[in-house]
Design a protein around this ligand. Structure first.
Ligand code: 9WO
Length: 231
């Protein structure tokens, strides 16, 4: 049997994994062998007895930088043991992650994610080992681990058999490219707020049209950039 989709995570905090990825859809799929997690302790690739992974920045300044030699040993060893790419360094400096990119990665054999701590990683190893620099949003975390978890979750839910096929097909074709329409459930009136009448009508074509209008309207107001496409 061939290897399942594999997330390799290089981190100084391997105990953070699977963390939230051990629950719900991703957790069930992990237990079922749909995907595999290899959380690698970067300190295992240090060579001194204190297992040092960082050092002071050349040029001066506050904080510490992760050493390229330690990271390269980890990347080369995991790659030799079959860890698939692409190689991704999670950083607020990176190119913004998109659902298209997530889809592409989910269709491949896996991802190798490098999680920085301190002020970041020596730029030479990013270049020498062909890491893509990727950001999940314009904010700064304490390290790349939470961003890595977001990337893995986004990919794993697209793997065959993780989410019902009907659900994913609907996401693609129906709401594709737009923000989601609003959702409602019981009670029918809550704190004096009724559910929109059309949803109780049983007229499925009207409901579909209403949801489409709602999706377009919320997208126009919140994310007009998503509509700036010629078609
Ligand atoms: C620290 C810092 C301190 C002073 C001035 C600028 C600074 N930038 C950083 C910094 O970027 N630290 C990073 C912490 C180093 C790499 C890992 N860390 C990280 C990754 N924080 N936030 C992310 C991240 C990753 C992906 N998407 C969003 C945020």
């Amino acid at each position: 049997m061939s290897a399942p989709w594999t997330a390799t995570v290089l981190t100084i905090f391997p105990e953070m994994f699977p963390g939230p990825l051990g629950f719900s859809l991703a957790g069930k799929a992990l237990a079922n062998g749909v995907w595999k997690l290899d959380a690698v302790d970067l300190r295992d690739y240090a060579t001194d007895r204190h297992r040092t992974v960082d050092d002071a920045p050349f040029g001066g300044g506050a904080g510490m930088v992760m050493r390229p030699d330690v990271i390269a040993r980890a990347v080369d060893d995991r790659t030799a043991r079959g860890a698939p790419g692409p190689r991704v360094y999670l950083t607020p400096r990176g190119e913004r992650l998109t659902q298209a990119r997530v889809r592409e990665w989910a269709e491949g054999a896996g991802v190798l994610l490098l999680c920085g701590r301190y002020e970041g990683v020596d730029q030479r190893v990013i270049e020498a080992r062909d890491f893509l620099e990727v950001s999940i949003g314009d904010f700064v975390l304490s390290g790349g681990e939470l961003a890595a978890m977001a990337v893995i979750d986004a990919c794993v839910r697209l793997l065959p058999g993780v989410v019902g096929d009907a659900a994913s097909l609907e996401e693609e074709s129906f709401s594709g490219g737009l923000l989601e329409y609003p959702h409602y459930t019981r009670p029918q009136v809550w704190e004096g707020r009724p559910v929109p009448e059309v949803l109780l009508s049983g007229h499925h074509a009207e409901i579909r049209a209403w949801r489409r209008r709602q999706a377009l309207e919320i997208t126009r107001r919140r994310r007009p950039d998503l509509l700036n496409t010629v078609s």
